[in-house]
Design a protein around this ligand. Structure first.
Ligand code: HEM
Length: 435
C-alpha cells in the first residue's frame, strides 16, 4: 500500500486463517483446512475442494495459483481482446491487474477505498463482507498477444513458444467465434460465486483503456466439502483418474513447463478450455447401463466397469464370457486413459455450466426441435505441452468416443499461463522485460 493511501475497508478482517504470501513456491497447496477435511480430501484423490471459505490461497511465487489448487466450487472465466496498440498500455494494465489480484486473493478490495464519493469507487463493492473464499486468479496469454491479423502489435512475435501451437480443428468441433479465443484469459476460482465474479469484474474495470471482454463463462462444481469426487451433469464422478495435485513429480512431468520452454513460461502451464454442451435431454433418456458403457465406469460407485470401488484400477484387457471387452473399445475412459495414450496425462479442472435453455434442433432421433438446456461441462485442463497433452489425447477421442453423440464442443481456446509472480512484480514480467 502506498503511504498516502488510507487503510481500506477490507475483507481481511473476516479471515479466520491465512497462508499469507510466503508459501508461494508451493502455490495452491497451503490453504488452511481442518485436519478432518484434509484427510477426507486426500482419500478422495486430493484434487477436490475443501470448502474453507475463510481460507486464502497464496498469490505470489514461482507458480500461479488456480492450477494445482484443490478445486474451488465456482469459477468465472473471461477471455479478453487487447484494443490498444501500445505495448506500454499492456504492461500498465498487467501491473494494475497484478496488484488488484494480490489484494483480492488475500481478501481485500481491489484497491484501497478512498473517502471521496464524488468519484467512481476503487472497487465495485459487491464482495465486501464476504470471506476470501480461497480465491485464485490465473492469467493466460492467447495467440493474439504475439501476432494478431498478421500484426506484431507489441514486438512479441519472436517470443511465441514453439509449444504454443494453434489447436487443430477436431472432428465434430462446432466452435463459435463469439465463445472462442482471446488475447488474454483470466480465471477466477473461489468457493463463492460472487467473490469469483467480483474479482474478474474489477480487472475488466481496470482494463477499460487497453482491453475488452471477448467472452465469459461461469462454472460450478458439486460441493462435497472435499469428501468425494464431484459429479458432473451426466451424474458421474469426474476427476477420479486425474493425476494427484500432491504428486510433485507427476506435476513436474506433465503439468509445469520446464527448461524446454522460454524463461517466462518456466513454472507455467498451458491451459486448454472447452465449453462442451451436453444434450441432457438425450442423455437422461438412456438407461443407466448404456450410460455406464459410454463412460466406461459405474455411475453410482464411480468404479471402472468390472471393478467395485472408485479407485480400482481399470482392466482394459478383461472380457466377458463372449469375449467382448468389459470396458468397450469406444468408452470415454478407455480412449482417454494414459495407458492407452503412450502415457500422456493432463490435469483436468472441470466445472459444470448451466446457461439456461435455448431453442435447439437435435442432431439425433427423434430430431426434436424445442427449448433445451444450454448446459454441460466447462472443461479446463493444464499441461506442460498441448501437443503431448490435450491434442494427443483428444485427437482419437474426437473421432471415436461413444460420448460424442451426447456432447458438442461449442467454444474454447488455448492459453499460455506464464510462471508465477515475484512479489512486487507483475504477471508475464519476464516476457515483457526480455523481449
Ligand atoms: C462433456 C464432456 C466430458 C465429460 C462429461 C467427461 C466425463 C468424464 C468422466 C465421468 C470420467 C471418468 C472419471 C474420471 O476419471 O475423471 C472422465 C475421465 C477422463 N476424461 Fe473426460 N469428460 C468429458 C470430456 C473430456 C475431454 C474433452 C477430454 C480431453 C482430453 C477428457 C479427458 C478425460 C481423461 C484424460 C479422463 C481420465 C481417463 C482415465 O485415465 O481413466 N474428457 N471424463
Amino acid at each position: 500500500m502506498n503511504k498516502d493511501e488510507k487503510p481500506s475497508l477490507s475483507r481481511r478482517r473476516f479471515l479466520a486463517t491465512s497462508c499469507g504470501y510466503a508459501a508461494a513456491a508451493g502455490a495452491g497447496l497451503c490453504a488452511h483446512a481442518s485436519p478432518a477435511a484434509a484427510k477426507a480430501e486426500k482419500e478422495a484423490g486430493g484434487n477436490v475442494n475443501n470448502n474453507s471459505r475463510n481460507a486464502t490461497e497464496p498469490f505470489w511465487g514461482g507458480r500461479q495459483g488456480g492450477i494445482v489448487t484443490p478445486i474451488q466450487t465456482h469459477t468465472y472465466f473471461a477471455a479478453l481482446d487487447l484494443t490498444t496498440m501500445d505495448r506500454g498500455d499492456v504492461v500498465k494494465m498487467l501491473q494494475r491487474w497484478t496488484s488488484a489480484a494480490a489484494r483480492m486473493t488475500s481478501g481485500q478490495t481491489a484497491a484501497p477505498l478512498g473517502k471521496d464519493i464524488t468519484v467512481p469507487g476503487a472497487d465495485s463493492g459487491e464482495a465486501q463482507g464476504l470471506p476470501p473464499s480461497r480465491l485464485t486468479m490465473t492469467f493466460g496469454f492467447g495467440a493474439g498477444l504475439f501476432v494478431k491479423d498478421g500484426q506484431d502489435r507489441y514486438g512479441l512475435a519472436a517470443h511465441r513458444p514453439a509449444a504454443f501451437v494453434d489447436l487443430p480443428k477436431f472432428t465434430g468441433d462446432q466452435l463459435q467465434d463469439a465463445r472462442s479465443g482471446g488475447d488474454l484469459s483470466v480465471q477466477a476460482c473461489a468457493d463463492d460465486p460472487q467473490v469469483a465474479f467480483h474479482a474478474v469484474r474489477q480487472l475488466t474495470r481496470l482494463a477499460y483503456e487497453a482491453a475488452q471482454i471477448r467472452w465469459v463463462q461461469t462454472g460450478f462444481t458439486a460441493n462435497y466439502g472435499g469428501r468425494e469426487t464431484p459429479r458432473n451433469l451426466m451424474g458421474f464422478k469426474d476427476g477420479t483418474s486425474n493425476p494427484s495435485i500432491h504428486d510433485a513429480r507427476a506435476m513436474e512431468k506433465f503439468i509445469w513447463v520446464g527448461d524446454e520452454g522460454p524463461d517466462w513460461m518456466q513454472g507455467g502451464s498451458y491451459l486448454v478450455v472447452r465449453r462442451i454442451r451436453i444434450a441432457l435431454e438425450h442423455w437422461d433418456r438412456m438407461n443407466v447401463a448404456f450410460q455406464e458403457q459410454t463412460v466406461g465406469r459405474h455411475k453410482y460407485s464411480g468404479a471402472p466397469l468390472g471393478g467395485t470401488h472408485e479407485f480400482d484400477k481399470a482392466d482394459y484387457d478383461a472380457t466377458d464370457k463372449d469375449g467382448n471387452p468389459i470396458i468397450p473399445e469406444n468408452a470415454h475412459v478407455r480412449l482417454a486413459a494414459a495407458v492407452n495414450n503412450d502415457g500422456a496425462q493432463i490435469l483436468r479442472r472441470p466445472y459444470s455450466y448451466n446457461d439456461g435453455a435455448n431453442f435447439t434442433a437435435e442432431r439425433w432421433p427423434p430430431w426434436r426441435q424445442e427449448m433445451e438446456y444450454d448446459a454441460g461441462l466447462f472443461f479446463l485442463c493444464y499441461q506442460r505441452d498441448a501437443r503431448t497433452g490435450f491434442i494427443k489425447i483428444f485427437e482419437k477421442m474426437s473421432k471415436l468416443d461413444m460420448m460424442n453423440q451426447f456432447v458438442t464442443h461449442v467454444g474454447g481456446g488455448l492459453f499460455a499461463c506464464p510462471g508465477g509472480i515475484v512479489e512486487s512484480g507483475f504477471i508475464g514480467q519476464r516476457l515483457f522485460e526480455n523481449a
